[in-house]
Ligand binder design. Structure first.
Ligand SMILES: [Ca+2]
Ligand SMILES: [Ca+2]
Length: 221
């Protein structure tokens, strides 16, 4: 697949589609819109995963998903900003099929999915994805599969862990549900707090007054 400078191509929306290519050349300013589908770079020889990450970082465009390289109209239009294009080596994932297509061990897989879906199975979970993220955090990893959801080559707390939690918790408490909760209509007036008696009264007792250190505290007299 070759896209000349500033050219654009798009996989039609609808999900479940997979474009497989054995060669990829994307010219300056050009973009391949993966949309809400899948893409496989079935390379020969050296892995092309670094190239794919670079194209995704460009398309990601700091979250806007409308940059040159590999971008996504579906992610760009996602108001919740919860979707991205995940990528991984088929061999690292240990899979021989991807979105219904057979893949060999020299293939880089790209999938429209949620931030936090490290293993590209379409869901964000603790058992698989969070485990990979924590491993990635501990080993300073640099791939999506190990938790770099921002394509900057590092797994960090501020961006990547935050994106994971946002995505994972978003599955449990849907943002739409929170938004549908009406704000309180009644203004609650908080009554003035009762006056606090002076300290002498609080600790009054059978104090002789001779022991100034514990004045007014009968327990210690
Ligand atoms: Ca997953
Ligand atoms: Ca990152």
């Amino acid at each position: 697949m070759t896209l000349g400078a500033s050219a654009s191509a798009s996989i039609s929306a609808g999900g479940g589609k997979v474009v497989i290519t054995k060669a990829l050349s994307i010219g300056a300013g050009a973009a391949l819109d993966v949309n809400d589908d899948g893409f496989v770079y079935d390379y020969t020889g050296s892995s092309t995963i670094a190239t794919v990450r670079s194209l995704l970082q460009s398309g990601f465009n700091v979250g806007s998903w409308n940059g040159a390289g590999l971008d996504s109209t579906a992610a760009h239009n996602d108001a919740a900003m919860s979707h991205a294009l995940g990528y991984a080596e088929a061999s690292s994932l240990g899979v021989s099929s991807f979105l219904g297509q057979g893949v060999d061990t020299t293939a880089v897989l790209v999938r429209y999915t949620k931030y936090g879906d490290n293993n590209l199975d379409g869901t964000v979970d603790i058992g698989n994805d969070f485990g990979l993220l924590i491993d990635g955090l501990a080993t300073h990893a640099s791939s999506w599969m190990m938790g770099d959801y921002t394509y900057d080559g590092k797994v960090d707390l501020g961006n990547d862990v935050n994106l994971f939690l946002r995505s994972y918790l978003g599955q449990i408490v849907h943002p739409g549900l929170l938004a549908s909760v009406a704000p309180p209509q009644t203004v609650v007036t908080v009554a003035a707090a009762p006056a606090v008696p002076p300290m002498d009264l609080l600790f009054s007792g059978s104090n002789s007054g001779a022991d100034e250190d514990n004045a007014g505290i009968p327990l210690f007299d």
